[in-house]
Design a protein. Structure first.
Length: 222
């Protein structure tokens, strides 16, 4: 511990190595969050439709992906998709596709719980005034489900941001990769990994505090 030296850390190091990785990690998180919520909502509606031909594939999709480690899914997509499309695909694009598809399984379960939390009487009231099933979902159920599940959705997004560090397995340049490259260039890997841990902690802890405040506001609205 006495041999630790953080003197090499400067804005030049941050801007030259870390900032690029942070930008990609944030982009990957936001794209996977939006895509995962959209796809996850469709999967949740399929599972709640009551139609077996929709329920079975959606349930298989969700249960399969939730039972496989994320790093294995990352490697599968990175290695198999180029074979299917006949040309290589960059690590960044592969990571975006993988995280969107994988996180959809988790967002699906969150949305399904949110939809089921809305009293069925409200849906029947929509039918009573002439609404169709899709109109009731779009105008009555989904807005309330999103509001009820917003803290949980944000918590899952924080976990998603932490999981972006796994893209090191395919060589994508994320936040952790930026610190790793800086550590190799200055021969200070221990120091850079320690700083990386602190940065991840500060970002995730700050977001967790925001989620807690949001949860309290939603509880007041209820």
């Amino acid at each position: 511990m006495l041999n630790l030296d953080f003197s090499f850390l400067s804005w030049d190091v941050v801007s030259g190595f870390v900032l690029k990785g942070l930008v990609f990690s944030v982009q990957l998180t936001l794209i996977a969050m939006v895509g995962g919520i959209v796809l996850g909502t469709l999967l949740a509606l399929m599972r709640l439709s009551g139609k077996k031909w929709l329920v079975m594939p959606a349930a298989f999709y969700v249960n399969t992906l939730r039972s496989i480690p994320l790093v294995m899914v990352i490697l599968w997509f990175f290695l198999l998709i180029p074979l299917l499309i006949g040309r290589p695909m960059g690590a960044e694009l592969s990571a975006i596709i993988t995280f969107t598809v994988f996180e959809a399984a988790y967002y699906s379960e969150i949305m399904r719980a949110g939809i089921q939390s809305v009293p069925k009487g409200q849906v029947y009231a929509g039918y009573a005034v002439g609404m169709t099933y899709s109109q009731s979902m779009q105008l009555i159920v989904l807005p309330q489900a999103f509001r009820n599940m917003l803290p949980v959705l944000m918590t899952q997004t924080i976990i998603l941001f932490q999981d972006t560090s796994l893209v090191y397995a395919i060589g994508a340049y994320d936040l952790l990769k930026g610190f790793e490259v800086a550590g190799k260039n200055f021969n200070r890997p221990v120091e850079t990994y320690l700083v990386a841990a602190v940065v991840y902690f500060v970002i995730c802890f700050s977001l967790s505090m925001l989620v807690r405040r949001l949860q309290k506001k939603i509880a007041i609205i209820r």
